[in-house]
Each structure stands twice: as structure tokens, then as C-alpha cells.
Design a protein. Structure first.
Length: 580
């Protein structure tokens, strides 16, 4: 009796322990987020035990359903049932985890990762089977998203930069083996900054999106479309021929751009785009080189105006490489003050007396005799990258120091003309710093003339006019340089508060050769006189030109005939001769 009670107690205790551990296992299964099904084939009918968060996964209480495989399958869309069954059979056979399977229920898409473990008897009949199913939909979705982001531009849906470059490289490799070429075209929205400023960043994005989606339609097996930057797209065409080429795409884009893009706020926007095209392997040895060169010619296309297309040319590349090298050397020259000023004399046409000089910048070669390059090449580069500001400051300081020296040494009344770039004049403190420098050097403001070109009026006419008026109020003279090369209309001249008009060399070069140019030259001189401006003829090289100009009452003559630009020391020799 005692024995039996002991046995019952022992069994109860064991049972309790079993129940407790079963509870623990169920708990663990629940927490793991994995669905388990245990099949016991030894029982008849087969006993199935479900463990894990089945209810959550299926979306209904399934504990009451007797589980069988068809129940599970019926939860899926008809067309996915076979797929799932085959997948399960495969993993039962393989006995290991295979790739996940994508299935759909009536209202959801799942990614399931499945495991199976089957034990067999000697006759290879299954004894037991455990399957484990994990819902990895979230992980899959994230990685799909990541995959998308890795390849595509999220704003427009075209390839992103990295992936485009990869695919373009592959294309070039294939082109090598098939002995064909690949074209690449940069497509860049003109004045995109201005558009952004006027419609706002958000609508700017929408515009890029609209345009990108339009370009995306060109994408196919032989044509890649990608986005490299805010408004920069690239299109590559494999083995261009016939109607399949960047040129044709360019023309189609032009056609599309005749109509505006309509944004969600109903704004209609017209845009133009500039394009640059280069071809592999003609325009570079590697895919990357060709991409770089297409970008370089894009900038050339922009320089030439909006809406254009520019094809790769070796000259453009060489010029670009030269400019980059000049830019680098300019930086060094600024740091080491490696510049110098030359002075070219100007004479009164009537009595041949020295009127003064124009200060002209020189860039001596520190290693050689001559100059690195002429200001007509390096000044435009300096104007583009902002280096003109420190360079211009040097010119002002140096010119005024020279004027101060000459004044103290020779006491000859003369005017020194200093070239001033638009960017310098636009600086807030330009007037103050120039007049401070004049005072500092004890120079008479009336002996200083600044030379500006018409380009200074492009951006903010009113502002510039105000500055010029202030300068003239201080006694400083203002001269309009290169007249005849820009927009030069005689009618706008009358509104300009200037003292001197410098007529460009190109005028005198043609005036003697052809009558109509001569007539224009004459009327410019007359008009300028009537408006009260002093006239200067630049680039006078021959006696014939000199006489012609004097007969037409030009005031001042500057040019190689009377004197080339010379160093300060050389110019002083000329001044000594002037001293009475
Ligand atoms: P620019 O202001 O029109 O200067 C006149 C240019 O014509 C000078 O060239 C001068 O040397 C050249 N020249 C003068 N007489 C003759 C002639 O009879 N025949 C020929 N063929 N040329 C003549 P340079 O010194 O090479 O300067 C070129 C341009 O670089 C200048 O044209 C000016 O735009 C710019 N530049 C020069 N120095 C400065 C500077 O200090 N500041 C700024 N912002 N620009 C400068
Ligand atoms: Ca000048
Ligand atoms: Ca000039």
C-alpha cells in the first residue's frame, strides 16, 4: 500500500515536472516567434501538436482546428499552395534550411523560412516530423528596401550613381569583346538653382522627379538611365547606331521640353537641359575616364549657352586639363605673391604728351625667364574660381604704391588706370577699401582711374551705378573698357556715369580696312564726345592708324606703336625723360 502511494506520488511529481517543462518549452517557442508542428506518425490517426504563435500568424484561433497540412495550405491563395507544398517537400528531403519562400494569404504577403526534421524507421516510413516555420517578412522587406536603395535613386526610380557606374563598366567590358562602342550622355537641368530658389526645394524635387520619370522610359536592355546628382542625369547607350543613340534621345528630350511640367500645386514649369556626350573607347581608356570626360564636355556645353549638346573633343579636354593646372598654380602664386605689374603708357593724341599708364598684371615664371601665361588666359580662370579677389587686391595695393613712389620722385601729373573685375566691384566694401588704399598712399584720387567692362552691369545695374557714382564723388575716374566687344549699344551709353570710353582694338583693326567699320568708329567717337566722355583708342599698332585716329579727334592713344607694357623700372626711365 505504502509502496503504491509512493509510486503514485512519484508519478504525480514527474507529471508535474513534465507539465512544467512543457509549459516552459511552449513559452520559449512562443517567444521565438517560430511556429512548430510536431507530427507523430506512430499514432493513428497521425497526432499533430502545434507550438508557437500560430494564432498571431494565421490571424485566427486555430487551436480548435485539427491540424492537417491541407488546413495550412488552405490559408494560402490557391495559386501559391502548390508552390508551398513543393517547397516543404524539398526541405523535408534535403533536411536543411533552404531559401525562404514567398506566399500570399488572402490579404497578406509572407516570406517564410522553413525547417524540417524527419525520423524514419528501417523501412523508411516516417516516425516523427518536426517542422519549424518563421515569418521573415519584415526582414525580407527591409532587405528589399535596402536592395532597392543600393541600386536605384529613391526620388526618380532610375539607377543611382554607384549602380549606374557598375552597369556602365559592364557595358564597356562587353563592348570590348564585341568590338562596339558605348555612348554616355550627361543631362543637366539649366539654371536649376534659380528654379529651386523660385519654386522651393520641395517642388524642385518634384520637378526632378517628373523629369527623371520621363527619362526612365528610355531605360531598356541597351540603354541605362541614372541620376548622379541633384539635377544631373546620365544616359548610356550600348552600341549606338541608327535611331539608337544619345543624339536621338537628346532630340526626343528637346521635343518633350517644349511643353511644361505640371507640379502638384498646378505650377507649370518650362525647363531646358544641357547635354555632354562622350563615347567609349574613343573618349577614354576606361569607363570612368569616359564618364569624367562626358561631364567635362557638359560644362563646355553650359558655357556655350542653355539647351545645347556638346560632343567630346580632345581640344576641350586639353583646355580643361590646362585650366585645372593653371588654377592650381594660381593658388600657389597667390600664396607666394608671385605677380608683378607692368605699365603701358597712354598719350594725348593732340600734343603727344604722356597722359598716364594702364597697370597690367604679369605672372612671371619663377623658374624661367618669361611669364607663365598671359592675363587674357589666367584672369578669366581667376574670375571663375574667385581667385580674382586676392589677385585684384594685390593689383590695387601695388598700383597705388607705385603711384605714390612716382609722385614723390617725379612730380609729374599723370593718371594710372587699374583694371577691376566685376566680382571685385560687386564686393560690399570695394569702394571703402579702394579709397582707404588711396588715402593710405597719399595719392590724389583724381589721378586714379578704374577700368570696368560692360559685364559689371549685368547682375545688378542699380547697385553698380550707385557705386560708380560714389567713386566719382570721391574724385576717382571711371573708364568703360573694351567698348565694342560686348552688348555695346550707343543708346545705353548716355545713361552711364563714366569719364572715359576705351574703344576696343578690334575697331581700329577693321576701321582702316573697311568703310562701314570706319563709319561706325567715327560715330562712336563723335557720340562719346557729345556725351562728354574722354575717348581712348586701344591697340594702336601703326602710324597709319595713329594718323587716322588723330584726324578724327580721338583724345588718347594707347598701343604698341607708342609703347608696350613695361616693368616699373623701365617705366621710370620714361618718366625721367618727361621731367622738364
Ligand atoms: P585690356 O584691359 O583690354 O588690356 C589691354 C591689352 O591689350 C593688354 O594685354 C595689352 O598688353 C594689350 N595691348 C596693348 N596695346 C596693344 C597693341 O598695340 N597690340 C596688341 N596686340 N595688344 C596690345 P594684356 O596685358 O595681355 O592683358 C589682357 C587682358 O587681361 C586685359 O585686357 C584685361 O582684360 C586683363 N587684365 C590685365 N591685367 C589685369 C588686372 O590687373 N586686373 C584685371 N581684372 N584684369 C586684367
Ligand atoms: Ca583695360
Ligand atoms: Ca581693353
Amino acid at each position: 500500500m505504502e509502496d503504491l502511494k509512493y509510486q503514485i506520488d512519484l508519478l504525480t511529481a514527474l507529471n508535474e515536472r513534465l507539465l512544467a517543462s512543457e509549459k516552459m518549452y511552449r513559452h520559449i517557442a512562443e517567444m521565438s516567434g517560430t511556429l512548430f508542428a510536431y507530427f507523430d506518425y506512430k499514432c493513428s490517426p497521425v497526432k499533430v501538436d502545434l507550438v508557437g504563435p500560430w494564432d498571431d500568424m494565421v490571424g485566427e484561433k486555430i487551436a480548435n482546428h485539427p491540424y492537417d497540412e491541407s488546413y495550412m495550405l488552405n490559408l494560402l491563395l490557391d495559386e501559391d499552395q502548390d508552390k508551398f507544398r513543393i517547397h516543404m517537400l524539398e526541405i523535408e528531403r534535403e533536411g536543411s534550411e533552404t531559401d525562404s519562400v514567398e506566399v500570399r494569404s488572402r490579404n497578406k504577403r509572407f516570406w517564410l523560412s522553413c525547417l524540417a526534421n524527419v525520423t524514419y524507421d528501417d523501412e523508411h516510413k516516417p516516425l516523427e516530423k518536426i517542422i519549424a516555420i518563421k515569418d521573415i517578412t519584415k526582414i525580407r522587406m527591409n532587405s528589399e528596401e535596402l536592395e532597392y536603395l543600393a541600386y536605384y535613386d529613391s526620388l526618380t526610380g532610375v539607377y543611382n550613381r554607384n549602380y549606374f557606374v557598375r552597369k556602365f563598366r559592364d557595358m564597356c567590358e562587353l563592348a570590348d569583346s564585341e568590338k562596339v562602342s558605348v555612348e554616355i550622355m550627361f543631362v543637366d537641368i539649366d539654371d536649376f538653382k534659380k528654379i529651386n530658389d523660385s519654386i522651393g526645394l520641395l517642388f524642385g524635387d518634384e520637378l526632378v522627379q517628373e523629369f527623371g520619370q520621363y527619362l526612365k522610359d528610355f531605360n531598356n536592355d541597351e540603354t541605362l538611365v541614372g541620376r548622379f546628382g541633384s539635377d544631373v542625369f546620365v544616359i548610356a547607350v550600348y552600341n549606338p547606331c541608327g535611331s539608337r543613340s544619345c543624339d536621338v534621345i537628346y532630340r526626343k528630350i528637346q521635343e518633350r521640353l517644349r511643353h511644361p511640367f505640371t507640379l502638384t500645386n498646378k505650377t507649370e514649369i518650362m525647363i531646358t537641359v544641357s547635354c555632354g556626350v562622350a563615347e567609349y573607347p574613343d573618349a577614354g581608356r576606361t569607363a570612368l575616364e569616359v564618364i569624367k570626360n562626358a561631364e567635362i564636355v557638359l560644362y563646355k556645353s553650359k558655357e556655350r549657352g542653355k539647351g545645347g549638346i556638346q560632343y567630346f573633343e580632345l581640344d576641350i579636354l586639353n583646355k580643361f586639363i590646362r585650366n585645372v593646372s593653371i588654377e592650381k598654380q594660381l593658388k600657389e602664386a597667390i600664396e607666394t605673391s608671385g605677380f608683378q605689374l607692368y605699365y603701358q603708357p597712354q598719350y594725348n593724341a593732340s600734343d603727344g604728351k604722356l597722359r598716364g599708364a594702364e597697370a597690367l598684371l604679369r605672372w612671371p615664371d619663377p623658374e624661367g625667364e618669361g611669364f607663365i601665361t598671359s592675363p587674357s588666359e589666367f584672369i578669366p580662370i581667376a574670375e571663375k574660381n574667385g581667385a580674382i579677389i586676392p589677385i585684384g587686391n594685390y593689383v590695387i595695393k601695388e598700383a597705388l604704391k607705385t603711384m605714390s613712389d612716382w609722385r614723390n620722385k617725379y612730380h609729374i601729373p599723370m593718371i594710372l588706370s587699374i583694371n577691376i573685375s566685376a566680382m571685385q566691384l560687386e564686393k560690399e566694401n570695394f569702394v571703402d577699401s579702394l579709397s582707404r588704399e588711396i588715402t593710405l598712399n597719399g595719392v590724389n584720387p583724381e589721378s586714379i582711374e578704374i577700368e570696368i567692362t560692360e559685364s559689371v552691369f549685368i547682375n545688378n545695374f542699380e547697385d553698380v551705378i550707385d557705386k560708380i557714382k560714389t567713386l566719382r564723388g570721391l574724385g576717382i575716374r571711371v573708364s568703360l573698357d573694351d567698348f565694342g566687344t560686348g552688348y555695346s549699344s550707343l543708346s545705353y551709353l548716355k545713361n552711364l556715369p563714366i569719364d572715359t570710353l576705351k574703344i576696343d582694338k578690334s575697331f581700329i583693326d577693321t576701321a582702316l580696312k573697311d568703310d562701314s567699320s570706319g563709319i561706325i568708329y567715327e560715330s562712336v567717337i563723335q557720340m562719346a564726345r557729345r556725351l562728354g566722355f574722354e575717348t581712348v583708342a586701344e591697340g594702336v599698332e601703326t602710324k597709319e592708324q595713329f594718323n587716322y585716329l588723330r584726324e578724327r579727334n580721338i583724345d588718347i592713344i594707347q598701343g604698341y606703336l607708342l609703347g608696350k607694357p613695361i616693368s616699373k623700372v623701365e617705366f621710370e626711365k620714361l618718366l625721367i625723360r618727361q621731367v622738364p
